[in-house]
Design a protein around this ligand. Structure first.
Ligand SMILES: N[C@@H](CCC(=O)N[C@@H](CS)C(=O)NCC(=O)O)C(=O)O
Length: 308
């Protein structure tokens, strides 16, 4: 997996602490914001660029918001190859890959372009500013919020997925869903002790049971509106049966075993703007082939068979 240390790529260094067997996601470093009003990173046409992986659930959140807000032209993207081995994310040509406009071979070159002495993990998504030639932000939850309204005066589609009156409830849901579900699957999958695995998988399924109950009474997570909370949950659910159930050992139940959660996942997956953002080939091949510490053979399972 590797990381940058003082601006040099190191294949062996690991950014996410696993000393006691527990996976701890490291903090993102670049935390500025593109804003609607004038300022250091004011929203503008042909100024920002987004780097994503189609496999990654965190990047997928941002891709969905970009699609819903119709930002295809305002915010162009590059897509990394699904295979992430010793050099980290790369732009090696392949199906679905969109190269870096400046010709980088690896994503870590974008990080050192911004900060030549950068030390840390090289993750997607990355929001890049072509004017100041820096990374504005590499934290998906924050980029998601920016795209919700930053480009609204420049022709973005209408739609507010983080409405003021629902923020408290959305925040409360995110506060449970992020640690136990979105990151919970990683904590289960990357655990290196039985105890760390047990501590992740229990709360994960308690949360899925709780969400199933909630969705038996309402169509969306918060009130009767599709919001950011749904986007954030969806990107984990759509990967669950194909990857997390087997590869990350989250196998008490499948999403398909939950009538409401599975119907909800299908409903979101069929939204016109969202459907093209889902790439099961990138998703399955990335996890099973790249995370060789978990799956040394790199064999990608054939299933699950899609529901007819
Ligand atoms: N906190 C970050 C996490 C992003 C993240 O961990 N992305 C993964 C892909 S799913 C990544 O790029 N990992 C590269 C690595 O671990 O070296 C966010 O939500 O934006």
């Amino acid at each position: 997996m590797g990381m940058l240390v003082g601006g040099r790529w190191s294949c062996d260094a690991r950014g996410d602490g696993v000393g006691d067997g527990t996976f701890r996601r490291s903090e993102s470093l670049f935390r500025d914001s593109v804003t609607r009003v004038s300022g250091r990173f004011a929203a503008a046409d042909d100024r920002y660029h987004l780097y994503v992986s189609l496999a990654c659930p965190w990047a997928h959140r941002v891709l969905i918001m970009r699609a819903l807000k119709g930002l295809d032209e305002l915010l162009p993207i590059s897509i990394v190859n699904w295979l992430m081995l010793d050099g980290g994310w790369s732009f090696e040509p392949g199906g679905g890959v969109i190269p870096d406009p400046e010709g980088a071979s690896f994503l870590h070159e974008i990080y050192t372009r911004a900060l030549p002495t950068y030390t840390g993990k090289v993750t997607v998504p990355v929001l890049w500013d072509k004017h100041t030639r820096t990374i504005v932000n590499n934290e998906s939850s924050e980029i998601l919020r920016m795209l919700n309204d930053a480009f609204d005066d420049l022709g973005a589609k209408s739609g507010d997925y983080y409405p003021a009156e629902l923020r408290t409830e959305i925040d409360a849901l995110n506060a449970r869903i992020y640690p136990t579900v979105n990151n919970g699957v990683y904590r289960a999958g990357f655990a290196t002790t039985q105890q760390a695995y047990d501590e992740a998988v229990g709360p994960l399924f308690e949360s899925l049971d709780w969400l199933e109950d909630r969705l038996s009474r309402q169509g969306w997570l918060v009130g009767d509106r599709f919001t950011e909370a749904d986007i954030r949950l969806f990107t984990t659910l759509i990967r669950f049966d194909a990857v997390y159930h087997g590869h990350f050992k989250c196998n008490l139940r499948r999403i398909e075993d939950y009538p409401h959660l599975s119907a909800y996942t299908r409903r979101i997956a069929s939204i016109e703007e969202i459907a093209p953002t889902i790439d099961m080939h990138h998703i399955k091949h990335h996890y099973y082939n790249s995370q060789r510490n978990i799956n040394p053979s790199g064999i990608v399972p054939r299933g699950p068979v899609p529901r007819q």
